[in-house]
Design a protein around this ligand. Structure first.
Ligand code: HEM
Length: 507
């Protein structure tokens, strides 16, 4: 008797809750259905590879993504829609005219992967939008002026030599196989810490024993893990997971470290001012530039802005450049004749290489062609993406509506056979002045182009030149045939199994 009374009492609210949930699910299903229909309609004039109704193109592109992309670039001129599941599509472009139209606009960056980077780097140049981005870009551009960068060459020489000393000690006999990416990554971090804060961390020797270095390296790995773990896209689920806990701890280490350096510098500048003994450091570092930008714009450039920009400088600069240098070495290892020609050019300019001055860098014309060709063949940033804020019309008349996610595949552009003859072949002469003259200005975009191009590209090019010059003077590099790299397209193009090279000391 009692139980049927209870049943009657609860049956109605339970029934109502059930109907409510069902209505919600139905509404969501209708929304998704309409979304799919809208995408199908918007993309119908662009041919695409056959797609699975559930996985889209994910299964097809899962393995050997870069090679598959090359096939698609050859088959579908200019662009193709890539479906990720039934309700999400990214529009891939790899044609110079399409790239030119796309990069001349200031559409916001796609939420993915910036949403996962922001808790770590804050809101800096890399992920700011609109007037605030414009203000920061304007304030920080003087920090990347050649006069500021010139003294960095000496800092770089010092860090590269530390790495070469390490390599020499590792070589018990005259040659050995080394996974170069990890060493180079520590070396580029060392350089950027010196350029950013004039900070001597000894990170190349101490490695990840240093808590800050450990934080920088591990945070990158966790962000990558999160990007590809669908469940962890949800903030609450991620924050409660072991990876989320670890992320918060490491993030704290990173932020405390930067905050302390900034506070110490502010204090020492004040002390110097009080005692009227402004000591000139050897060179102006990035922190000097950001602090003077802040002094002139106190109201609109907060301490939080300052910390975000400093973290952005370090985190956007070291991994990308390390990728660029490692892939360049790999290309030279596979192409000994070009390696030797670079070495001869560098010997002519530098002699024994005991000193490199700024003017030397401008003389390395063949080496620069090899650097550019490596950046073409294996671009460290394989793609960039935006969410269209207004409709776009490409030069051939095809249009896309606002809201579409567009991906500029730098890899696809650099491997597009319509622009590059034999795109898989390493041929530095593509970049000789006479061969470059006729090329479309948007055919080669390792650093992107337009208003949001890479602000650090000069620093990167200096690092590439200094590093390759010193390595080639002291070592001969050949590939390790037992461990060829396996491409892994993360934000920065890496190798799943590292980049193993045989190093032989040049007597
Ligand atoms: C070989 C090395 C490098 C490559 C290939 C590279 C490539 C790129 C690319 C393709 C972009 C555009 C990203 C987008 O539009 O989503 C970019 C932006 C950026 N890069 Fe680099 N980069 C390199 C080195 C550096 C270095 C050394 C720094 C700083 C020290 C740096 C700082 C930045 C910043 C702050 C942005 C954002 C600029 C803005 O939106 O205003 N990069 N980089």
């Amino acid at each position: 008797m009692e139980s049927s009374w209870l049943e009657a009492r609860w049956a109605r609210p339970f029934y109502l809750a059930f109907v409510f949930c069902l209505a919600l699910v139905l509404l969501q299903a209708i929304k998704l259905y309409l979304r799919r229909q809208r995408l199908l309609r918007d993309l119908r004039c662009f041919p695409a590879p056959p797609t699975h109704w559930l996985y889209g193109h994910q299964k097809f592109l899962q393995e050997d993504e870069m090679e598959k992309l090359e096939e698609l670039v050859e088959k579908y001129p200019c662009a193709f829609p890539r479906w990720v599941g039934p309700f999400q599509a990214f529009f891939y472009i790899y044609d110079p005219e399409y790239a030119k139209t796309f990069l001349s606009r200031t559409d916001p960056k796609s939420q993915f992967p910036n949403r996962f980077l922001s808790p770590c780097i804050g809101q800096g140049l890399l992920n700011l939008e609109g007037p605030k981005w414009f203000q920061h870009r304007h304030l920080l551009t003087p920090g990347f002026h050649l006069n500021i960068l010139k003294p960095y060459a000496e800092v770089m020489v010092h860090s590269v030599n530390t790495m070469l000393d390490k390599w020499e000690k590792m070589l018990s006999t005259q040659h050995a196989t080394v996974e170069v990416f990890e060493h180079i990554n520590l070396m580029t971090l060392d350089i950027l810490l010196k350029c950013a804060f004039t900070q001597e961390t000894n990170c190349q020797i101490n490695g990840t024993n240093d808590p800050y270095v450990k934080a920088v390296f591990e945070l990158g790995k966790i962000i990558f893990y999160r990007m590809y773990s669908f469940l962890h896209h949800h903030d609450r689920i991620f924050n409660f997971s072991p990876e989320g806990h670890r992320f918060q701890k490491l993030n704290q280490v990173l932020h405390q470290y930067t905050e302390k350096i900034v506070q110490d510098r502010k204090k020492s500048l004040q002390d110097e001012k009080k005692q009227d003994n402004t000591q000139k450091r050897k060179y102006q570092d990035f922190l000097d530039i950001v602090l003077s930008a802040q002094a002139e714009n106190e109201d609109s450039f907060s301490d939080t802005d300052l910390l975000s920009e400093v973290n952005t400088f370090i985190l956007s600069g070291h991994d990308t450049t390390a990728g660029g240098i490692s892939w360049l070495l790999y290309c030279l290892a596979l192409n000994p004749e070009h390696q030797q020609r670079c070495r001869e050019e560098i010997r002519d300019i530098l002699g024994d290489g005991s000193s490199i001055i700024w003017d030397h860098l401008g003389e390395m014309s063949y080496t620069t062609m090899c650097i550019k060709e490596a950046l073409r063949l294996i671009p460290p940033i394989p793609s960039i993406s935006r969410e269209l804020s207004k409709p776009i019309t490409f030069p051939d008349g095809h249009s896309l509506p606002a809201g579409m996610n567009v991906v500029l595949s730098i890899w696809g552009l650099h491997h597009n056979p319509a622009i590059w003859e034999n795109p898989k072949v390493f041929d530095p002469l593509r970049f000789s002045p006479e061969n470059s003259d006729q090329r479309h200005p948007h055919a080669f975009l390792p650093f992107s182009a337009g208003p949001r191009d890479c602000i650090g590209q000069q620093i990167a090019m200096i690092q590439l030149k200094v590093t390759v010059a010193l390595i080639l003077l002291h070592f001969e590099v050949t590939p390790d045939p037992t461990r060829p790299p396996i491409l892994s397209p993360q934000i920065v193009l890496k190798s799943k199994n590292g980049i193993h090279l045989c190093l032989k000391k040049i007597p």
